[in-house]
Design a protein around this ligand. Structure first.
Ligand code: URA
Length: 459
């Protein structure tokens, strides 16, 4: 059947008699997306369709169909059918909707890979993104390690997963090209904040990396993409429901990003904090979230593997395995092995911990007595000035820029106490960054009730 873009837009848009429009079929969505990627349907028609979706939403089935159509616009990895010895799976990954100081992927992958389970081990094909706006990016953090390569070819990626249990790479140009085009258009047509469009965008990229199971960390709060718990829950339910509709096992945690995670924000600074975590010296919030996500990954791996007759672990037992993987030193060993695998130098890295700092340094002191409040969003924006993050995808970041928090959210401080050390990419960036940090730090007279770090699990 021959379609016309205008009819599909009209169907989604609806009319006064049918204000919510209608569900589009897979064939209609395929016609739109394939036509757009091929350059046959112009931006203005896709923009009109995006706006109709923004206002009228999509059903679960429609979101799953859009995700699948986007997924198949590019290369889809299959780790189950290769001749690489040891590439056995189950393959499970984690996705975070992003935040400030969110380095969780870095300790998480080696902890999960180091756990011995009744069925064997979970393997982690981790494909990550770069910093954008106020949120940090795993690839930029990894690239702050001298020599570390994030642009792995598929076969090398798979060999490293087979040997070390995990590998970390960026998306190649051939993964979900439809998302690159659609996201750029959404960005300039005010259609980013749509749950089905976000779901299809995130999920198509995650499914393309070849995982059998996905754990989502959906954040809410000032430093998150979703500002409220309710919106985060809607996104989490959409991600889990759509992942399942696509034949994947999935779980989501809804977690707070009202204030930054951990004590170090910055690219190399977050590598340092990762090593501290793997040495058993990590901040309580980073460890709590890392373990909670690790447990969910192990439980999904167990569900996927379904080896008849093997012992099934409870969540508490899975947590014990994670803690043992860390206390035995195996998780740190695997992290350093991954650094070696991907071109870095573990010995040099360990020598640089605590030493490598930008020379453009300032201290921030409390301006009042009270209980410190740190707004994640404003600190993230300060990070962009410092060189931790970027405003445009083509901007460079500075590996040694960042912030070390000497006091964190809820700490009681007295005027004059050192609350933060700040490191910039140059001298000029410090002034605007410090102005934002002063705005980000406020002082409450009563100890405020902190939001729970982990608000809810969605299965
Ligand atoms: N992250 C994505 O990858 N896509 C979106 O649409 C929003 C956040």
């Amino acid at each position: 059947m021959a379609f016309r873009a205008v009819d599909i837009i009209m169907k989604k848009r609806g009319s006064p008699l049918e204000p919510k429009g209608q569900e589009l079929s897979r064939q209609e969505l395929e016609f739109l997306i394939k036509g757009y990627v091929a350059g046959e349907i112009p931006d203005y028609q896709i923009a009109a369709w995006l706006m109709a979706v923004y206002f009228n939403g999509m059903t679960f089935d429609e979101t799953a169909a859009l995700t699948s159509v986007m997924l198949h616009s590019g290369r889809v990895m299959d780790h189950h059918h290769t001749d690489i010895p040891g590439l056995t799976g189950p393959f499970v990954d984690k996705h975070s909707t992003g935040g400030v100081g969110d380095k969780i992927s870095l300790p998480l992958a080696p902890i999960v890979a180091a756990c011995h389970l009744p069925f064997g081990k979970v393997q982690i094909p981790m494909m990550s993104g770069r910093a954008l706006g106020h949120t940090g990016g795993t690839l930029d953090k990894l690239e702050s390690i001298e020599g570390y390569r994030v642009g792995l070819q598929v076969e090398e990626f798979q060999r490293l997963i087979a040997s070390t249990g995990f590998a970390m790479t960026g998306q190649t140009q051939d993964v979900v090209p439809a998302d690159r085009l659609l996201y750029a258009l959404r960005d300039v047509t005010a259609t980013v904040e749509s749950i089905p469009l976000i779901t299809a965008s995130i999920l198509s990229k995650k499914v393309a990396e070849g995982s059998d199971g996905l754990v989502f960390d959906v954040k809410y709060g000032s430093g998150a993409f979703m500002k409220t718990k309710e919106d985060a829950q809607r996104l989490a339910e959409s991600l889990v429901g759509t992942a399942k509709a696509m034949g994947k096992k999935a779980t989501a945690l809804i977690t707070s990003m009202a204030s930054p995670l951990g004590r170090k924000i910055g690219n190399f600074l977050e590598i340092e904090e990762t090593i501290e975590c793997l040495q058993g010296r990590g901040p309580a919030d980073v460890m709590e979230l890392t373990y909670a996500l690790a447990v969910q990954m192990l439980l999904l791996g167990q569900e996927i593997s379904q080896v008849v007759g093997t012992e099934r672990l409870s969540a508490d037992q899975a947590l014990e395995r994670c803690q043992e993987a860390l206390s035995s030193g195996r998780a740190l060993e695997l992290f350093l092995q991954n650094v070696r695998d991907q071109g870095g130098h573990p010995e040099r890295l360990m020598e640089q911990v605590g030493q490598r700092r930008s020379p453009f340094r300032r201290e921030v002191h409390a301006t009042q007595d009270g209980f410190l409040q740190l707004d994640a969003f404003k600190l993230g924006l300060a990070g962009v000035h410092l060189g931790v993050g970027r405003n445009r995808t083509e901007d460079a970041v500075c590996p040694d820029a960042g912030m070390i928090l000497h006091k964190v959210q809820g700490d009681k401080v007295a005027a004059g106490d050192l609350i933060m050390e700040v490191f910039g990419q140059n001298e000029a960036c410090l002034e605007p960054a410090l102005a934002l940090i002063q705005e980000a730090a406020t002082y409450a007279s009563q100890k405020p009730q902190e939001p729970q770090l982990i608000y809810k699990e969605i299965h």
